[in-house]
Design a protein around this ligand. Sequence first.
Ligand code: NDP
Length: 479
Amino acid sequence: MFKIRNYINGELTEPQAGRFIDNYNPAGGEVYSLIPDSDVQDVENAVHAAQEAFPAWSKTTVEERHDVLSKIARLIKENLEKLAQAESIDNGKPVWLARSVDIPRATSNFEFFANAITQFASQSHETNQTAINYTLRRPLGVVGCISPWNLPLYLFTWKIAPALAAGNTVVAKPSEITPMTAYLLSEICIEAGLPKGVLNIVHGYGHTAGSAIVAHPMVKAISFTGGTQTGARIASVAAPMFKKLSLELGGKNPNIIFADCDYRQALETTIRSSFANQGQICLCGSRIFIEKPIYEKFKADLVQAVQGMKVGHPAKDDTRIGALVSKQHLEKVESYIGLAREEGGTVLCGGNRVAVDGYEKGYYLEPAVIEGLPNTCRTNQEEIFGPVVTLMPFESDEEVLGYANGVRYGLSCTLWTQNLTRAMRFATELEAGIVWVNTWLFRDLRTPFGGMKDSGVGREGGFEALQFFTEAKNVCIKY
Ligand code: NDP
């Protein structure tokens, strides 16, 4: 069986202890490859390689870094089909989605930060014509990047690219549930001629390899995307060591639909924002608030459309909903559908397992739409992270603003209205790091990306990411 290997000091290596973890294909529920079960020693080797590579890498010119990162971007683009197939097999997402979104975005991440670093300017301040202050922005050293399973290569490269562009060396860990494209990226980095030790990829469990990266004293910063509970655990280790921390965590995002919206667009986008990637995107709108006058019609149209979404094998082009990422996650999502029923909700459609012909052991679930629950119940307060949405009617701006903000999370919000004054007022008052008006997941990589409240700390994207991965040093010269 194919064995994934770590990428340490420029070489593909087996874990020191020789232990491996089974890697499942969610579409068929079978083990199809093995993942290194790396431990503290592997992380130690990776951190030392990164520490040794840092002096030379941090002294390269921005043009040199631009060139090698651009080469990695080009190789990702050239390997689009191979990477898309691998992502789909590893994660269960439809291959057309990996081909059109995940892998192109990984290319863009490297292209974007290869260019952004050439434009990253430092500030200067003249003080009363007697002194000049200027700010140096220096790379931090060895940094740790830890990413989740939902958008594997997309989020992995979103961290690695700015870290490398800014002149840091990196020890990174993808989710052990979806390691394959990170492994293929290590092959690409070797082909691109990335100097050894500049990027090190250690595979394995979060509680072993992940926590060893976080706790390592030579690792100066942690950029983490994942669950809120894990984020809190990481912060409790990293904060007393005064590491820089960027935490992109969970969400329970509201999708607010006013009666004056562009109805067709709101409906079509809501189908996507609810169920894209099997609902396993931190930005999915899982609580849908619909203004009373259009509630019944929107509900009927949504349910009809959702019932028409084909749940099927990820390799098929007509599959709208592929497999959930793991058996454990499938069971978690199902348990929330059970909880919704216990809490008095009505499941309007979906929520049952699907046996796909020839792949009966795969982790397939019909997308579910639920109504009749208050905003305060657990179903509406906790992140489910699957193909499950709830519908709630509302009558006034004040009422829905209260609902939208009435959760511990604050990642993103989508708003559908033609009323500009209302849109601008909501954009100000919503407790969310990202507000979309009349659109969803419309991304510009220059914008700050991240959440408020329990959805995280810090922002990624554009110069925010380059600022995170550098230390500001002010120099004041009196004249
Ligand atoms: P987890 O928090 O379980 O894991 C994320 C990563 O952290 C994995 O690589 C995991 O390894 C690792 N990890 C786990 N425990 C530790 C630890 N103690 N120390 C260091 N690393 C650790 O999240 P999921 O992978 O389940 O991803 C889903 C979550 O990610 C959802 O909550 C979702 O909302 C959030 N997310 C947030 C986004 C955002 O931008 N705000 C975007 C996408 C997802 P292992 O796989 O072995 O557990």
